[in-house]
Structure formats: structure tokens, C-alpha cells
Design a protein around this ligand. Structure first.
Ligand SMILES: Cc1cc2nc3c(=O)[nH]c(=O)nc-3n(C[C@H](O)[C@H](O)[C@H](O)COP(=O)(O)O)c2cc1C
Ligand SMILES: [Mn+2]
Length: 488
């Protein structure tokens, strides 16, 4: 199964009643953002519409429900969010491990995304239907991006695509949010260490939804997400060479923005604030500036977007099952008695839960510490909780009950000292814009807390956790069968 492009996906969504084309034109960015908020609140459909003042139509909410993400991945959607979460997580985690199934992209000469090519004085980012989405935002933001860069130190074509936010400054420049712990941050640091002042960069907008999903998935550094997309699609992604920079981009995209990222720390400019996915306005930061050399697009392009901030906006829904799939794979290998791992939706990945079958004393704390110290866990989790098999790690009410009743705070909590982490961490302090020693960009410092909320054992020199209250199941069955007889 593979969608050729965004349009084919939209066609299927419309057929299934998952996409509505609005007749009404929207007035401004705030109305778009409020509509996104309410659609997230209601787990509503994807929408296509026009924004006043712009010719290019917008599509929004493509990834807004786990159900739609199942459709995007060619999986049969199931009834509940829980089933769809596990279905997507396991599918992504499985393919990440099956490198033999990864398929390299193929090159094409003629591409829909280059039907129109604007260079030099023709470049005008203001033509894109991108507005200020939230009152305190520092500018108009492009959000559903696929940002392609290369490892400039590698002889091979080591490429990365990641989804990173982009603030428009003027007709020809933007900032790109590229922090140290992301692969683009590593590309920048490597190029800086080689003494380079700029690197080529391309932004693909409006793509086959699988490409958005791989740009959000945390693969290992050095992996090409387009090879991984090939595995999901069951056929290669078609790529075309950019008009003005030495990079390849998905040929069937709606719009491509090409140019050079100024990585000289002197060239950084203020970006933000931005109403971000973790539910806070992100403070302004100094970020590299992107100088656009060309915009290419289809003759009648669509502009795909998402607006973050609501806990169930498409940005969160797309991230939630895939971003931790790699972490799940790592923990599966290193945690003794491993059963499951969930980064709960409501805590935006800053709290994670690992479930273990504790056969030996101490395995609970080992699991919680391991969840904090994989590279992804280290970069993004502040709190890890280990639970026993009787607690469903998906159900945060059960996890809270385990924390409240199985944790002696003096014995079952380990605090790790502050370390450099992903900067979009609301609890972190001391942000560093550019580290002159390493060339790394954007990180913060925060400590970490491991909580062992597993059942306690006598062999741990503890009073064993009591027996959980459960009904007599035979009696319960009897009561249920005879429910009417109680006059209820
Ligand atoms: C809508 C959306 C916007 C995102 N914006 C950013 C961003 O601005 N900066 C960032 O570091 N990560 C951002 N992410 C998360 C990254 O896409 C994700 O961590 C991905 O793994 C990065 O690619 P990489 O692993 O190749 O670095 C965003 C995710 C989504 C879904
Ligand atoms: Mn990557």
C-alpha cells in the first residue's frame, strides 16, 4: 500500500468522511488556530479551506486522530485509541528493526513539485497561506515541515529529514528550530566543526502522509528516513534534485522551499515566542537563519499545516505513537523483565512509564533508570515510573495509584543531577543558545527522577506490597447475570 501523494490520501479521507471541504473562507490566522483547537477537542475531521488574502488552499488535521494515522500507514483502524496506539507503535517499532525491508528512494527527472519554479526576485514566502496563529507568536509559522539536510562530513549521501518549526521573517528568510539533540542539530555541529558557514537545506511541504510520519519518528542518527518510508510504503519514495541546492526532495510534494542555512553563530537571529505542543509559549531564542534561494511548487499547490498547543492537536497525535518507538525497541533489549513502555499522551513525553515483570530485587529501579538514560529518554523525559504487570501503563489512573501506594519516597525515588537536554522542556533552566566549545545549538539543563512504583518484595528488605482487592469473580459473574433481579 502506498499513497502516491497528499492528494491521493485526501481523496481516501474524503471518501471515508474524514475530510470536509469548507465552503466558508476563514478570516485570519487566529480563526484558523481556534478551528484547529476545536477540531482537536472534538477529534473532528481534517479540513480543507481558504484563508482570506491567499490563493493557495490549506489542509489541516491530516494527522489529527490515531484513526487517520492508521489510514496513512495502511493499517486497518480499530475501535479505540488504545488499540490504534499499540497498532501504530508496534508497526513502526517492528519496521525500525527490520532494515532488510527498508527501500532506497529512486531519482526522477521530472517532478510535480517543480511544475513552477521561482528563484531570485520571484521568491516570496508571503505568498504561502501562513499567518500568525496565536496572539503571542513571534511571527507566522510553518509547522508540518519535512526538513532535509545532509551530514556534510560524510563521503556518502547521509541525509536526514525531521519535522522542525519554521518562523517566517520576511520574503526570503526564516529561522529553523534546530536543537542539539535532534539530527539536524548534529548536522549543524559537524558542519561548524569543519569550519563551514552555511549548509544546504530544503523544506518539503504537502507530502504523502508517510513522509510526515517518518520525519517525526526518532530513527538512529545516520539512518535515512526516506529508506524507512520505503519500508512503510512497500515501494520507494521518488526524489528529485533541487533547482538551486545539492539536495534531493520528494518529487510528489506540493511545495518545496530551498536554500542555505546560515550556521555561523553570528548569523543567528531571534525566533519566537511560539505557542508550542507542550502547552506553553516557547520563549524566544537565537536560531540559525535560513536564506531561501528558490520556491518550487505544483501548478495548483495545496498547503498542509497543523497548529499545535492543544493536547490532542495533530502534532501531538502524530508524535505520540511514533516518537518513542525507537526507545521502546532499546528498552525491550536492555530492561530485565521488560513488558511495555508508554510515554503517556497527557504528559507530552516528559513522564514515561515502563512496565516490568520483577523477578529479582531491584529490577523496578533498574527499569526506571534505563528509561531515563537511553538517548531519547535522556533528551526528553524528566520522570520515569516503573510499574508491575498488574498496572496498565496506558492507564494513568492506575499508574498514579501505584505511585501513591507503592512508593516510599525515601527509598524508591532516585534524583539524577541536571544535564543538557532538549531545550523545549518547560521545567528546564539555563538555556544555552550556541555552545562555542562543541558547536551544538540550543539545549537546557534539567535533573531527572526515577520512581520505582513496582510491587515491593520481602527480598528487597521491604514490607511486601499487599494483596490487591479483587471481587470473587464467580460471585461477580453471578451478580452481573442477575442484575435485573436487584431492581437496579
Ligand atoms: C508538528 C511538529 C513540530 C515539531 N517541531 C519541532 C521543532 O521545532 N524542533 C524540534 O527539535 N523538534 C520538533 N518536532 C519533533 C521532531 O520532529 C522529532 O523529534 C523528530 O524525531 C526529529 O527528527 P530527527 O530525529 O531526524 O532529528 C516536531 C514534531 C512535530 C510533530
Ligand atoms: Mn533523523
Amino acid at each position: 500500500m502506498a499513497f502516491r501523494d497528499l492528494r491521493e490520501f485526501l481523496g481516501v479521507l474524503e471518501e471515508k468522511g474524514e475530510l470536509i471541504k469548507l465552503k466558508k473562507e476563514l478570516e485570519d490566522g487566529y480563526e484558523v488556530s481556534a478551528l484547529a483547537w476545536e477540531l482537536a477537542e472534538r477529534s473532528g475531521p481534517a479540513v480543507q479551506f481558504h484563508l482570506k488574502g491567499y490563493d493557495i488552499p490549506l489542509v489541516m488535521g491530516l494527522h489529527g486522530t490515531l484513526r487517520r494515522n492508521c489510514i496513512a500507514l495502511g493499517l486497518e483502524p480499530k475501535e479505540s485509541d488504545k488499540e490504534n496506539y499499540y497498532q501504530i507503535r508496534n508497526f513502526i517499532a517492528g519496521l525500525l528493526e527490520s532494515k532488510d525491508k527498508w527501500i532506497k528512494p529512486v531519482k526522477v527527472d521530472k517532478a510535480p513539485c517543480q511544475e513552477v519554479s521561482l528563484t531570485g526576485a520571484e521568491v516570496d514566502l508571503g505568498k504561502l497561506p501562513v499567518a500568525k496563529w496565536s496572539p503571542m507568536d513571534g511571527g507566522p509559522y510553518i509547522t508540518l515541515t519535512n526538513i532535509i539536510t545532509r551530514n556534510m562530513a560524510s563521503q556518502q549521501w547521509r541525509r536526514n529529514t525531521g519535522m522542525y518549526r519554521v518562523m517566517i521573517n520576511d520574503k526570503t528568510t526564516t529561522n529553523v528550530m534546530c536543537c542539539a539533540t535532534q539530527h539536524i542539530g548534529i548536522h549543524i555541529a559537524i558542519a561548524r566543526q569543519k569550519g563551514m558557514k552555511t549548509i544546504p537545506l530544503a523544506i518539503a511541504l504537502g507530502v504523502d502522509p508517510v513522509i510526515n510520519i517518518v520525519s517525526t519518528t526518532k530513527t538512529s542518527f545516520g539512518d535515512d528516513e526516506f529508506d524507512f518510508a520505503g519500508a512503510i510504503r512497500g515501494e520507494p519514495v521518488e526524489m528529485v534534485t533541487c533547482k538551486t541546492v545539492d539536495l534531493d526532495v520528494p518529487a510528489n510534494a506540493e511545495i518545496i522551499i530551498e536554500g542555505n542555512l546560515d550556521i555561523d553563530p553570528e548569523g543567528a537571529t531571534i525566533e519566537g515566542p511560539f505557542a508550542e505542543w507542550m502547552g506553553y509559549y516557547e520563549e524566544p531564542m537565537m536560531l540559525p537563519r535560513f536564506h531561501v534561494t528558490a520556491i518550487t511548487h505544483r501548478r495548483d499547490p495545496l498547503y498542509a499545516t497543523c497548529i499545535v498547543g492543544h493536547p490532542k492537536n495533530d502534532g501531538e497525535v502524530i508524535r505520540f505513537p511514533v516518537i518513542q518507538a525507537n526507545n521502546y525497541n532499546i528498552l525491550r533489549r536492555v530492561v530485565a523483565g521488560f513488558r511495555d513502555f508508554v510515554a503517556p499522551w497527557n504528559t507530552r513525553g516528559y513522564k514515561v512509564v515502563v512496565q516490568v515483570n520483577k523477578r529479582y530485587p531491584g529490577w523496578g529501579m533498574q527499569a526506571a533508570l534505563a528509561a531515563l538514560t537511553t538517548s531519547q529518554g535522556f533528551a526528553s523525559a524528566n520522570i520515569a515510573v516503573a510499574v508491575s504487570e498488574d498496572i496498565d501503563p496506558w492507564d494513568q489512573d492506575q499508574v498514579d495509584w501505584a505511585i501513591a501506594t507503592r512508593v516510599d519516597p525515601a527509598l524508591d525515588v532516585v534524583i539524577l543531577p541536571p544535564s543538557g537536554v532538549y531545550p523545549l522542556n518547560p521545567a528546564a533552566s539555563q538555556r544555552v543558545d550556541v555552545d562555542s566549545e562543541t558547536g551544538y545549538t540550543e539545549y537546557s539543563f534539567v535533573g531527572k527522577m526515577a520512581i520505582d512504583a513496582t510491587k515491593k518484595l520481602a527480598s528487597e528488605n521491604r514490607r511486601p506490597t499487599g494483596t490487591t482487592v479483587e471481587p470473587d469473580y464467580q460471585a461477580l459473574e453471578f451478580v452481573r447475570k442477575n442484575w435485573q433481579s436487584y431492581g437496579l
